[in-house]
Design a protein around this ligand. Structure first.
Ligand SMILES: Nc1ncnc2c1ncn2[C@@H]1O[C@H](COP(=O)(O)OP(=O)(O)O)[C@@H](O)[C@H]1O
Ligand SMILES: [Mg+2]
Length: 438
């Protein structure tokens, strides 16, 4: 099997029973569906099935080459199990639900599920009745597809492929740009720790792209001796596709890969905003989360990446030069991205002994921006992690900064902290939570 993660959980129903003999319909290859089902990006998929046969179907689909990059988990218990599960766990990119309840009850259960759904999560429902009214009701509530069982594996793959390969729908990936308001303020450290934390919490693929080609520390921070990665991609962005991307990424953990910088000085790096755009576009077609680690330099391409990113994280330390630079970046972003939310401010290395500092309150007031996170100066913890090529949480899971990294990860993905704030509160419809257009 390839690099995908498949696990059958709560699987008494799967292993303990004789599966029905494969349906002849399922065995016949539907040539058109085969052509229409395109490879699926590195998304996380969780299925909640009622019947062992459906679990088997999802598993067959998950073993197909088209889903080789996706992370698929199959659970039993149908929609009720999904509702309970997501009260405690973050939602994946795609949830597949098998539901044989009557129409009203399906809708009611989906509304309950929507209370725990994070933005961007898509839902496919598999049911047993061919009911047009139900189909319309589900689409209105933001469900991406309703499939009537028995569903051949290719039809399921085609439905998933339609969601993620449709040029009219937004690309799967979100781009988060990390920039420091001065050099050495910890922007790369925060980028790497937040990306690691995100991949660890939501178990979806995250890529860190190190755009500091000459001096980047991503390889060091993850104790990797990576391929040149990003320089090769940027030198011929036209050649970059999903196959080459795979070769250029260095895998650090099950869900985290790095697009590492070459870090050699005898080479010139011609960076253009168009080339950077092209590379970022290919990554975002294939990976749900891209953290861009920007160097502290100012050029047309750094500006272009900042202006194009879905979210921007500005790291600053509490002194006057940082304040002035952060103010300039915030003003530029607000002026050029009027319809976007404000950037995220991370105050780093706060309370350094004997250093006179501008207080966080004054900093926030001058920028008219509340800090997403305040991280204290901790030379021992950060120094040890940097020297070991580890993340802060790996060195010390109880370090205060680990909480901050998780907070930042949740803030940029607009997610809630798992368990802490997932309450059965609002009755907002699925449509609103899933933020789908129709
Ligand atoms: N909160 C902190 N306390 C102490 N040292 C820190 C802190 N944050 C980062 N550092 C250290 O500061 C140094 C510079 O960090 P880096 O992430 O490379 O900065 P930048 O990317 O902004 O240039 C690194 O050695 C890092 O370990
Ligand atoms: Mg850096």
């Amino acid at each position: 099997m390839s690099n995908q993660a498949i696990s059958i959980l709560d699987n008494e129903g799967v292993k303990g029973v004789d599966l029905p003999s494969p349906n002849a319909d399922l065995e016949r290859i539907d040539e058109t569906a085969s052509a229409r089902a395109r490879p699926i990006p590195r998304i996380s998929i969780q299925a909640f099935c009622e019947n062992a046969a459906t679990a088997e179907l999802v598993q067959i689909a998950s073993e197909d080459r088209r889903l080789a990059k996706a992370h698929v988990n199959v659970h039993m218990g149908g929609i009720e199990a999904a509702v309970v599960h997501y009260q405690q766990s973050p939602t994946p990119n795609l949830i597949i639900i098998e539901c044989s309840l009557p129409r009203d009850q399906i809708i009611a259960e989906l509304d309950r599920l929507s209370e725990s759904c994070d933005p961007g999560t898509k839902v496919i429902v598999m049911g047993h009745v061919n009911d047009v009214v139900l189909y319309r009701d589900l689409l209105k509530r933001g469900v991406s597809e309703y499939l009537v069982e028995p569903v051949p594996p290719l039809e399921l793959m085609e439905a998933i492929s339609n969601i993620y390969n449709n040029p009219e729908t937004e690309p799967v990936g979100h781009v988060y740009a990390f920039v420091g308001s001065k050099g050495g303020v910890g922007s790369s450290t925060i980028c790497h720790n937040v990306a690691w934390s995100l991949s660890d919490t939501i178990k979806a693929s995250v890529v860190i792209a190190d755009f500091d080609l000459a001096f980047g520390t991503t390889g060091l921070d993850f104790n990797q001796d990576p391929v040149q990665g990003i320089a090769d991609a940027l030198s011929s962005p036209d050649r970059l596709d999903e196959v080459l991307l795979d070769r250029l990424l260095t895998k650090c953990s099950e869900h985290l890969s790095i697009f590492a910088a070459p870090v050699v000085l005898d080479r010139d790096y011609d960076m253009s905003p168009e080339g950077c755009d092209q590379v970022i576009d290919v990554v975002r077609q294939n990976v749900p989360y891209l953290a861009v680690d920007l160097p502290h330099t100012w050029s047309t391409w750094t500006k272009s990446i900042l202006l194009q990113a879905d979210e921007v994280v500005i790291t600053a330390t509490p002194d006057l030069a940082n304040l002035r630079n952060a103010k300039n970046i915030v003003d530029l972003l607000q002026h050029s991205r009027r319809n976007d939310s404000k950037p995220h401010l991370v105050m780093n290395m706060v309370n350094m002994p004997k250093r006179p500092e501008i207080s966080v309150k004054e900093f926030e007031a001058a920028l008219n921006l509340e800090a997403t996170s305040v991280i204290e100066f901790d030379s021992e913890g950060f120094g040890q992690a940097a020297n070991n090529g580890q993340m802060i949480e790996e060195v010390n899971a109880k370090a205060k900064a680990t909480v901050a990294f998780r907070e930042i990860a949740m803030a940029i993905t607009h997610r809630r902290e798992v368990g802490a704030t997932k309450k059965k509160s609002s009755l907002a419809p699925l449509l609103e939570k899933l933020k789908l257009k129709f």
